[in-house]
Design a protein around this ligand. Sequence first.
Ligand SMILES: Nc1ncnc2c1ncn2[C@@H]1O[C@H](COP(=O)(O)OP(=O)(O)OP(=O)(O)O)[C@@H](O)[C@H]1O
Length: 256
Amino acid sequence: MSDALLKAENVSEVFGGLKAVSDFNFYINPGELVGLIGPNGAGKTTAFNLFTGVYQPTTGQITFAGDSIVGLKPYQITQRGIARTFQNIRLFSELSVLDNVKIAFHSHVKYGMLEAVLRMGRYFSEEERVEEESRRLLRIFHLDGQEDEKAKNLPYGAQRRLEIARALATKPKLLLLDEPAAGMNPQETKELMDMIRWIRKEFGLTILLIEHDMSLVMGICERIYVLEYGSTIAEGTPEEIKKNPEVIRAYLGGEG
Ligand SMILES: Nc1ncnc2c1ncn2[C@@H]1O[C@H](COP(=O)(O)OP(=O)(O)OP(=O)(O)O)[C@@H](O)[C@H]1O
């Protein structure tokens, strides 16, 4: 646990009087694929917002690769290697599929403004590399052939895949996926699971996902955290989680 890539210790987030996340203790080791589940309003997205600098913890500590990330801005956290997708897809809807990915690459491409203006030297070779790598990512997510389409014209499932491709373009160590299978049919969900497994291996990623689709969570996660009303009610392997009485109670809505 001391080698965790991301770690939260006693993290709470209070909005007005509401504890959206309460005394949250969490870790994910390099290379792990972990799920975060729980009923609506349990605090899952708030946890993502805390990990990505959108919110600052009211109390507690968050470290990434051993360093505190509390107080950093979202773009600084992206530069350190955490990328995410959103529950409500956030693409540049009027831009092409290819440009959506190329823009994300530019968060870490190295060339100065003067070079860009003069369009010479390194700028051209970097631009070519960015274009090539963007096209490669689009192929991985089965979006080749649609490079010039406006992002808003893609079917819903394809927009979700494009968001993951764009997140990968920032070259993350840790990828946070917020309900990646939302709105997908069972076939698309199955293909997405295969893609998530494949990119983890190919890019040496660590992945944390929020998901309501239990078949996806149980099928690919090695470890699962279950939140309810901001508190962690269970943590363990899919087998342990399936049998956990607290989890069964929370999901079946029975009396505790
Ligand atoms: N910016 C905010 N201001 C006030 N309350 C908030 C804010 N963000 C989240 N909350 C509240 O915190 C609680 C946790 O919300 P959160 O979105 O993290 O839940 P969730 O587990 O992601 O739920 P869902 O599955 O519905 O997305 C909710 O009661 C929500 O209304």
